[in-house]
Ligand binder design. Structure first.
Ligand SMILES: *[C@@H]1O[C@H](CO)[C@@H](O)[C@H](O)[C@H]1NC(C)=O
Ligand SMILES: *[C@@H]1O[C@H](CO)[C@@H](O)[C@H](O)[C@H]1NC(C)=O
Ligand SMILES: *[C@@H]1O[C@H](CO)[C@@H](O)[C@H](O)[C@H]1NC(C)=O
Ligand SMILES: *[C@@H]1O[C@H](CO)[C@@H](O)[C@H](O)[C@H]1NC(C)=O
Ligand SMILES: *[C@@H]1O[C@H](CO)[C@@H](O)[C@H](O)[C@H]1NC(C)=O
Ligand SMILES: *[C@@H]1O[C@H](CO)[C@@H](O)[C@H](O)[C@H]1NC(C)=O
Length: 393
């Protein structure tokens, strides 16, 4: 719950000089800090823009994430990730005691909207409990965000709409992220030993045949790290559903963690659905036996992963990334080398919040075994593996 202490009214203190009130923009994630203030007529509110690319744009209580006609706006203030001082500022002089509602216009109208994620601010809003409280204003901004996400999810569920164009942002330097692959729905009868079943699956460009080589799948071994080595070996593999990838952790302290093509060094999290993560496996310099962590492949969608060690510096930024079923053959541009370049160009940081969210194409694949895979932007999150493996053996 939010509340602030109203400063003493102007009438009581007519000769007090105007105050300067500092507000940090994006210093703590997608937020203004403080989120709301009380100010007197004549006060100067100075907004300090931190890294990323935010705005201070006036809206209205009724439409928190839309610009108010004739309202104030700082415009976009891009600030590089490594800049911590000489931050650009924008100053608003308080001319009356009416509420002033503010939002960040980055990503407006899209699922990536900063406002929709709660990046709003107010001057002289109602106290908590009042209809025009900051709490209610922020709630209504979050509702805008929820409806934008829902719209994006349903739009991209249509194959035609998920054929997103490639895109570039400052975060990637000269690099343009190639469009997300568009899967084709394929229905196929599969014969494996004495068993036959029909499966409907999403086929990705350059992806392997979905028929497992054997009911128990193939075991692939991937060495993670080692003395003086910040890499997975092999760098990427082609694997079929039911295959097991045994990650064998060597020297240092690594993880294998699912990410996305456009944001290689951050855990996959699309609308709260997260990918896999092995956790850290510290291995001593003189170790002779090595711990393993297994991942079962569930379909042929490309899976992107990285090591999330940041100490003493980002392993991902040094290129320690891995791919399963990356598209090495169709020329889509979404191959392992391109993925590694994105990781290196971001130097291990998360893609800027101004980067478009990875296309969230959501398809559901049901096989006769009842297994359902849920694909999120080309990566695949298993909701249900055990039954697939169990029911067919
Ligand atoms: C930030 O990084 C860029 C290039 O990576 C460099 O040119 C610039 O000098 C850096 N700025 C600071 C303040 O470190
Ligand atoms: C800042 O964001 C705006 C709107 O998304 C964009 O047009 C602009 O290119 C961005 N600037 C930088 C330097 O990223
Ligand atoms: C994303 O989250 C919103 C709000 O919780 C929900 O309505 C929507 O269905 C979710 N979309 C997906 C693809 O899970
Ligand atoms: C492994 O790395 C993680 C993350 O940096 C750290 O929290 C953990 O203490 C490390 N473990 C060892 C044994 O060094
Ligand atoms: C991973 O799979 C391999 C091969 O099936 C098995 O030998 C190993 O015990 C498994 N490791 C773990 C940690 O489950
Ligand atoms: C990447 O980040 C590290 C710190 O984690 C820094 O030492 C290095 O200079 C950066 N490289 C580039 C190319 O910006």
């Amino acid at each position: 719950m939010f509340s602030y202490t109203l400063s003493l009214g102007l009438a009581l203190m007519p000769f007090v000089s105007a105050a300067i009130i500092d507000v940090q923009v994006g210093a703590q994630g997608l937020a203004y800090s403080p989120e709301a203030i009380g100010a007197n007529v004549g006060d100067q509110v100075v907004f300090h823009f931190h890294a990323k690319n935010h705005t201070v744009t006036q809206s209205s209580f009724a439409d928190p994430c839309g610009p108010l006609a004739g309202g104030l706006s700082s415009g976009f203030m891009p600030v590089p990730a490594n800049q911590t001082d000489n931050l650009p500022t924008f100053t608003v002089e308080v001319k009356d005691t009416k509420p002033i509602w503010v939002y960040c216009a980055q990503g407006a109208g899209t699922a990536a909207s900063h406002c929709g994620q709660g990046m709003v601010f107010a001057i002289n809003c109602g106290q908590d409990g009042a209809p025009n409280s900051f709490t209610n204003f922020k709630k209504s901004a979050l509702a805008v965000g929820a409806s934008l996400s829902a719209a994006a999810a349903s739009a991209s569920a249509t194959p035609a709409a998920s054929a997103a164009a490639g895109y570039a942002t400052a975060a990637y330097g000269d690099y343009t992220i190639p469009p997300a692959p568009v899967p084709t729905q394929v229905t196929q009868a599969i014969t494996l030993g004495t068993e036959t079943w029909t499966t409907t699956y999403a086929s990705y460009p350059g992806s392997p045949n979905p028929t497992p080589a054997a009911a128990e799948g193939t075991v692939h071994k991937v060495i993670v790290g080692g003395t003086g080595i910040l890499a997975f070996d092999p760098l990427h593999i082609s694997a079929q559903p039911r295959d097991t990838i045994v990650f064998e952790f060597h020297q240092k302290n690594h993880t294998v963690t699912q990410s996305s093509f456009a944001d290689p060094c951050r855990k996959l999290n699309v609308n709260g659905t997260t990918g896999f993560d092995s956790g850290f496996f510290p291995v001593a310099t003189d170790a002779t036996s090595f711990p393993t962590w297994n991942y079962t492949v569930v379909d042929t969608a490309p899976v992107w992963a990285y090591c999330r060690q940041q100490t003493p510096s980002s392993h991902c930024g040094a290129g320690m990334v891995f791919a399963i079923n990356s598209d090495e053959s169709s020329g889509s541009g979404r191959n392992f080398a391109a993925f590694q370049n994105v990781a290196k160009s971001l130097n291990g940081t998360a893609a800027a919040a101004n980067a478009p969210v990875p296309t969230t194409s959501t398809t559901s694949t049901t096989t006769t075994s009842g297994a359902t895979n849920f694909k999120v932007g080309g990566a695949s999150v298993t909701l249900f593996i055990a039954a697939l493996i169990g029911s067919l053996l």
